[in-house]
Design a protein around this ligand. Structure first.
Ligand code: 6GU
Length: 257
């Protein structure tokens, strides 16, 4: 896969040299290119922004500079991603879909954002354009969100994560539950013991315990995920555990008592 990131702070993307994503690049699994938007400016001051039409605070990024950059960078079939706090939430399901694309282009805005005609223009030309957000808080620019999407997608590319099994059982996986807690040695540390059941060697009991922990964690931390869960994926024991946690099935959906 090819990913292009365009930003006025290309150095902000240097962590992408490191770790898993860096290895994927070195292994030739990911062709990642970071560009400086100002390379497409034509004036002496390398201007990328201007005042908002209609008034208001801050500055807006100019559509003409962005289009010069994107026309050069976008290849046939590319998916254009625009990080913005007003975008749709980025989810594991989105990341999985993005991992099947041939090219992603991430257009990082700063200031009050990119002139809205840029997204409109590329959509009208048949480019898939997704404006996405990484959470309900405001960042100063899209660069951190670009790091997030590159890491979330990069680790799903075939061959990037050494053991593909680590992709199967994970938080926000198909099960729709958060991950259970994990432990390593030593079995006693700082007066805290690893839960007995994990040392029992009893595979079925361990599986059951982990499933109950995942259900309890999800109920405590992400009740929205339980409410959205496909109840068809729940067995009799799940339903008993959930009942103990104060959840039951009403009209085909989990509901809090
Ligand atoms: Cl994608 N961009 C910015 N600037 N702020 C955000 C965000 C994105 N997601 C959450 N906050």
């Amino acid at each position: 896969m090819r990913i292009d990131v365009v930003s006025i702070f290309p150095d902000y993307l240097s962590p992408l040299q490191l770790s898993l994503v860096g290895k994927a690049r070195d292994a030739g699994l990911l062709d990642l290119r970071v560009h400086d938007l100002r390379d497409w400016t034509t004036d002496r001051h390398r201007t990328v922004d201007d005042t908002p039409v209609g008034g208001g605070a801050g500055m807006v990024m100019r559509p003409d500079v962005w289009a010069s950059a994107l026309d050069d960078v976008l290849q046939d079939g590319a998916h254009l991603l625009i990080p913005t706090p007003s975008g749709e939430p980025l989810t594991q399901r989105n990341a999985e879909a993005l991992a099947t694309e041939s090219q992603l282009v991430v257009a990082c805005g700063r200031y009050e954002g990119i002139d809205a005609r840029v997204a409109e223009h590329y959509r009208a030309r048949g480019v898939r354009v997704t404006e996405f957000s990484i959470g309900d808080y405001v960042l100063n620019g899209g660069e951190v969100a670009a790091l997030v999407v590159v890491e979330a997608v990069g680790r799903l590319l075939p061959g990037v994560v050494g053991n593909p099994h680590s992709l199967v059982e994970e938080s926000h996986g198909a099960a729709g539950l958060l991950e259970y807690p994990v432990y390593t040695k030593p079995p006693a540390w700082a007066g805290l013991e690893v839960p007995e059941v994990l040392m029992s060697g009893h595979h079925a009991r361990i599986e059951r315990w982990r499933r109950d922990q995942a259900l309890a964690r999800t109920a405590a931390r992400r009740p929205d995920m339980l409410a959205a869960l496909d109840v068809g994926t729940l067995d009799k024991h799940d339903l008993a555990t959930l009942a103990d946690l104060g959840w039951r099935v009403v009209d085909g959906a989990l509901t809090r008592d």
